[in-house]
Design a protein around this ligand. Structure first.
Ligand code: 26W
Length: 809
């Protein structure tokens, strides 16, 4: 590609504005500019997209398909520019035309097609697949409404619909000619063929059309463009003139149409919380049926091989159990359409699927009511039933010692279909997302399955794309790094390790310090604009950003803030480094306790931020509508990264890695990937506190500890809980009583009180360390240096070699 210059790009923008929008630059808004630039970037992407697809075809490469109900991709213009190698030129061209690139990029609505960690991981993986030149694509749902938009009104979370497709979305291409039909309900008829084999026919099914919309996934400066294919549900257009004539029928049809479009209508906002809603089951089958049909169609078009050899060319990763119906769906097509017998179909299927588990929380486990599945997907249910029968029989005959355990292993048990069990039985690989998480799966949660299939289990510690989370989100830091160690780290992030050589170089540390401070100033500005609150950019920026969940313990964090506030009220002249606590978190709309915690954080903020007595030493900021774009603003400015889940509960975490890569120091428990961060940087570059996973699990086995003892003996704790109970933080004296009861009457199931004292002590250590600037900066650079290990490029290489057996092409 000839080198694109800013002048050249300016010309193209000017032309584009006239041709597409009929306006001159002087009349163009940021939005006009956003579209003009996006279409130009598309022009660059399209030929490479075509070329990539062609080369995969020619090379007959094995493909990996990542099936996920969520892809939290955020905005694409800036990352596409970056990956196309056009970002600097584009920024220059925009500035010269009188536009701020930041405002132009901000015109794009976040594609919030995910809840949190699982969806963002899928997005990072796509970026790495394309950047490493792997033939890998995503399949998901094109929800018309993404994750709700959060507003905070009088301290409470209010949810607004996220109609992200309101304006046209420049990155998608509708591929109507590749639409497929999905069938629900109906009756299954069984016939015997002449050769004695069985044939299944479906009657009176409800048909839905799945129409794909393709989004390009651009690799970093390598001319590779992979595909994220999102399915949209539409009515199948059968010309039924008679029905249309009758008005009543017409309206019935509108209803019908509406109920079909509902299937891709909205993303369920529950994170780690299973609800057995039929519409969600429909969504899952809609995703897997359209994707599997499409995968097989492509396989047959691209290869002369029989479908019995599918696993030589195709591997499918299922992102948690949500797409696990893909397993019986594959069996259905192989048997009912491709006419394979059961054993051959099963052999093919179990060589194609691999399953990733993302949580051990029992409330997240998917089990569908048997009748619901049977009624919605009769043929799929028959197949699951058969898989179950054969599986249970094989245990009965081959594993006598597990006979008693059959009810706990069976896929269908007590009237429910257990999706994790189906996923394990139907896959050749089962992986957890951090070392400790995989160990807990093997030793506890999936122990018996591990004894049955030890060879299936493996660990793949999560990762994050350093392109979005460092190069794009923190260009100043990226520049300093390149200045010091050269640009090789961009393609080989592990080379960040060379920074260690300079971690005592004062002049250099000063540069890192300056970058962090500039990022803090930028965030302080954002905070001021959006909340009206002035924060001190010299204060410690202490950040906890993630979904709101009891196990993540935002409550522990805010208890600490209340404690500091109480201390300062008693002794306003106390010597304390000014501290800004920053929160971002969405609660599932139906999660009452989580919403109470949001209210508490906002209430504490409204008291602390305006109290003159404490001389601005403490600020509490809750930033509303935490999403990918907001994360990109907050993370580069973080000093302390709060990763304080109850040990054993956070499968991995990925925000911990993002903040580490941006020079924040982790203050956290020995949980998830924090443990692996600790392994790398060592005791002196991380602040670890609290119960270990073993201790937590031990307490659970023995009925917990006594929370009341701590309430009765620790004055600081008593003070805080009484303040909640007596309404000191509320307009009404009942406010926050539920939090009080939850802790004392449910015996503090997440060990907030138990870990409180070590948490305070560790914060004191961190504050002391922060004052020693050189030591702190050294810690910060050490963290950046080791963070290359957590690039999703590394994770994807491990998936590719250990599980997928695919090659870079
Ligand atoms: C059906 C309801 C439901 C919805 C979402 C159940 C479970 C989920 C996800 C599995 C929750 C999730 O996002 N888990 C997070 O996955 C991240 C990526 O692996 C991990 O880093 C987080 O620790 C884990 O909580």
């Amino acid at each position: 590609m000839p080198q694109l210059t800013a002048n050249h790009l300016k010309d193209r923008l000017v032309k584009r504005l006239i041709i597409d929008r009929g306006i001159e630059v002087s009349d163009a808004t940021n939005k006009d500019m956003y579209y003009a630039l996006s279409y130009i970037v598309n022009d660059e992407i399209m030929p490479n997209w075509f070329k990539t697809n062609k080369s995969y075809g020619e090379k007959q490469a094995k493909q990996v398909y990542y099936l996920s109900m969520e892809f939290l991709i955020g905005r694409l213009l800036e990352s596409n520019l970056l990956n196309c190698g056009m970002l600097d030129v584009a920024k220059e061209a925009l500035e010269e035309l009188g536009f701020h690139s930041e405002f132009v990029f901000a015109e794009e609505r976040d594609a919030g097609l995910g809840n949190g960690g699982l969806g963002r991981l899928a997005a990072c993986f796509l970026d790495s697949l394309a950047s490493l030149h792997y033939p890998g694509h995503g399949y998901g749902i094109r929800y018309r409404y993404g994750l709700f938009e959060q507003r905070i009104i009088h301290g409470n979370q209010v949810e607004l619909p996220d109609y992200w497709l309101k304006d046209s979305y420049p990155w998608e291409t509708r591929k109507e000619e590749e639409a497929v039909v999905i069938q629900f309900h109906g009756k299954v008829h069984m016939f015997k063929r002449n050769d004695g084999s069985l044939e299944f026919k479906y009657e009176n099914t409800d048909k839905v059309l799945a129409v794909p919309y393709d989004i390009p996934v651009v690799g970093y400066k390598n001319e590779v463009v992979n595909t994220l294919r999102l399915w949209s549900a539409e009515p199948v257009l059968e010309q039924n003139a008679e029905a249309m004539e009758e008005n009543r029928e017409f309206y019935r049809d509108l209803d019908h149409q509406h109920s079909i479009e509902q299937i891709s209508g909205f993303l369920y906002p529950d994170d780690s919380n299973y609800e057995g809603k039929e519409l969600r089951l429909k969504q899952q089958y809609f995703l897997v049926s359209s994707s599997i049909q499409n995968i097989l169609k492509k396989f047959k078009k691209g290869h002369r091989l029989p479908v019995s050899r599918l696993s030589e060319k195709v591997v499918i990763q299922i992102n948690d159990t949500h797409p696990s119906l893909a397993i019986p769906e594959m069996m259905r097509i192989l048997m009912d359409e491709e006419r394979l017998d059961w054993d051959t179909a099963w052999e093919v299927t179990t060589k194609v699927f691999a399953y990733t588990n993302h949580t051990t929380l029992s409330e997240a486990l998917e089990t569908w009511p048997q009748e619901m599945l049977q009624n919605l997907l009769p043929r799929i249910y028959m197949i699951i039933d058969e898989i179950n029968e054969r599986f249970c029989k094989s245990i009965w005959f081959n594993y006598e010692e597990l006979r008693d355990k059959i009810p706990e292993l069976a896929i269908i048990a007590h009237g429910r279909v257990h999706m994790a069990r189906l996923a394990i039985v139907g896959s050749f690989s089962v992986n957890g997302v951090a070392r400790i998480h995989t160990e807990i799966l093997k030793k506890k949660e999936m122990r018996d399955f591990y004894s049955l299939f030890p060879e299936k289990f493996n660990n793949k510690t999560n990762g994050i794309t350093h392109r979005r989370w460092l190069l794009q989100a923190n260009p100043k830091l990226a520049d300093v790094i390149t200045e010091v160690i050269g640009p090789q780290w961009i393609k080989r992030p592990k080379q960040l390790i060379s920074l260690l050589k300079y971690s005592n170089d004062k002049a250099l540390l000063e540069k890192f310090n300056r970058v962090k401070h500039e990022n803090k100033k930028a965030l302080a500005n954002y905070i001021h604009q959006h909340t009206g609150i002035l924060v001190d950019d010299q204060s410690i920026f202490d950040v906890q950003i993630k979904r709101l969940h009891e196990y993540k313990r935002q409550l522990l964090n805010i208890f600490h803030v209340i404690y500091l506030y109480n201390e300062l009220k008693e002794n306003p002249n106390q010597d304390m480094t000014p501290h800004t606590f920053i929160f971002g978190a969405k609660a599932a709309p139906s999660y009452y306790v989580a919403k109470e915690v949001i209210k508490l954080i906002n209430t504490v903020a409204s008291i602390v931020n305006y109290d003159k007595d404490i001389q601005g030493k403490l600020k509490v900021i809750f930033l509303e509508n935490y999403n990918v774009s907001l994360a990109e603003k907050i993370i580069p400015a973080a000093d302390i990264s709060e990763q304080i889940s109850t040990a054993s509960k956070e499968a991995s975490g990925t925000g911990n890695m993002k903040m580490m890569m941006n020079g924040a120091i982790t203050l956290g428990t020995m949980d998830g990937a924090n443990i692996e961060i600790h392994d790398l940087v060592g005791d002196s570059n991380i602040f670890i506190f609290g119960l270990t996973a073993d201790e937590v699990l031990h307490y659970y086995q023995n009925g917990g500890y006594n929370a009341r003892d701590i309430y009765n003996t620790d004055d600081r704790v008593k003070r805080i809980l009484d303040q909640l109970n007596q309404g000191e933080f509320g307009k009404h004296d009942i406010e926050f009583k539920d939090i009080f009861y939850n802790i004392l009457y449910h015996n503090d199931p997440y060990f907030v009180l138990k870990d409180f004292e070590p948490y305070l002590e560790t914060h004191e250590l961190a504050e002391r360390a922060y004052r020693d600037r050189l030591t702190w900066l050294n810690m910060s650079v050490t963290n950046i240096a080791y963070s290359g290990k957590f690039s999703s490029d590394q994770t994807i290489r491990e998936y590719a070699t250990d599980i997928w057996k695919i090659k870079q092409v």
